[in-house]
Design a protein around this ligand. Sequence first.
Ligand code: PLP
Length: 454
Amino acid sequence: MSEEINRFDLPQSEIPRSWYNIQADLPRPLPPVLHPGTKQPVGPADLAPLFPMALIMQEVSQERYIEIPEEVREIYKLWRPTPLLRARRLEKALGTPAHIYYKYEGTSPSGSHKLNTATPQAYYNKQEGVQGLTTETGAGQWGTALSQACNFFGLECKVWMVKISYQQKPHRRTIIQLFGAEVTASPSPLTNAGRTILSKDPNSTGSLGIAISEAVEAAATSGGKYKYALGSVLNHVLMHQTVIGQEALKQLEIAGEYPDVVIGCAGGGSNFAGISLPFVHKNLTEGKKTRIIAVEPAACPSLTRGKYVYDFGDSIGMAPMVKMYTLGHTFIPAPLHAGGLRYHGMASIVCELYDQGLIEAQAIPQLETFGAAAQFLRSEGIVPAPEPAHAIAVAIKEALAAKEAGEKRVILFNLCGHGHFDMSAYEQYLNDQLVDYEYPEKAIAEAMEAVPQV
Ligand SMILES: *Cc1c(COP(=O)(O)O)cnc(C)c1O
């Protein structure tokens, strides 16, 4: 009897040498990003106050592969390649003939996939002589990753943290501070954007969109000392994350399998894109037929219930306008625990793939995701973050559908982060205190009235 293998590792020499840029393969080019004031397409000069030129060029590049700088690959060696595991115990518990694989990005020092892009972003800013970076953080994952990356490259870091997370996740805040970054609860009195929100609602618990407005303003008004870094949504961020899917392709090859389904949770779209774009590439260029599924919360259903229109990237209309599936930039999310999935819009690349029918999307209610997380951790022993619990829920559904159909189905999902800082959420789950939020149709209609006319 041959020995069963559960874990598929790659040597460090197999860390990808380039990022995959799907813009080279899109059947239709991405819609242009528009200036919030003039509504004209933005050019590199418009973005220069916020981002270093190397990242601006990556944002619009049509090259299929972009080389990863050696200094970045050196830092990737702290945790890459990440493991690919087969969830055999979960398969047995479900009684499914499906093979379930997961890529585990929670093994990075910051505990999620975010360091894959924080590292190159800090690197390129350092190269161009920037003194420090400003950013926002929701659940705290991005703030943790960027503060680590800034620390590695000797950059200052200022983080606006969504107030509800600042209150609910004091330990994430402490890690960010340990790395030497300055953390401010958003909305804050430090910026015009924050003061505007606070004057209307002094008790605002904040949103990712508001925190983005504050961080963008702080960089834009710093006289060039600070630039801004975004942890998701932008093309270059999604591209940096493709190291995940490139490794998974090789690891599945070692396992002798190819996925029928690839699943990722989607907040801004970066970990979903990271695991799936290399497989979309195979679908587009080699005639593969893998189903690709983005999973979002029923309380923040941008793809499944939003409209595909131009909207602001932030909450107050300072950031560029992007054509995306959006719930409206004035959207204030329910206080659900998957903090990283509460953004009103979605990455342009993910939206185009969805609009062109190249990927699918599903929305899952909160309670179901925690149930799936509990089932997963009892089988596999890893406590997932509430965000990837959405991907787990759909992986379980697919495995049960395969059982129903009596077919072997190869399922791959991205376990993009661990949930060690989400114990208050799990505690509420154990005490039956979690509730489902269905986003009301009326709120979508109202928010749509505030979407800019283009
Ligand atoms: C940030 C984050 C997300 C959401 O962001 P995406 O860009 O959609 O990946 C999901 N899961 C974890 C663990 C995160 O840190």
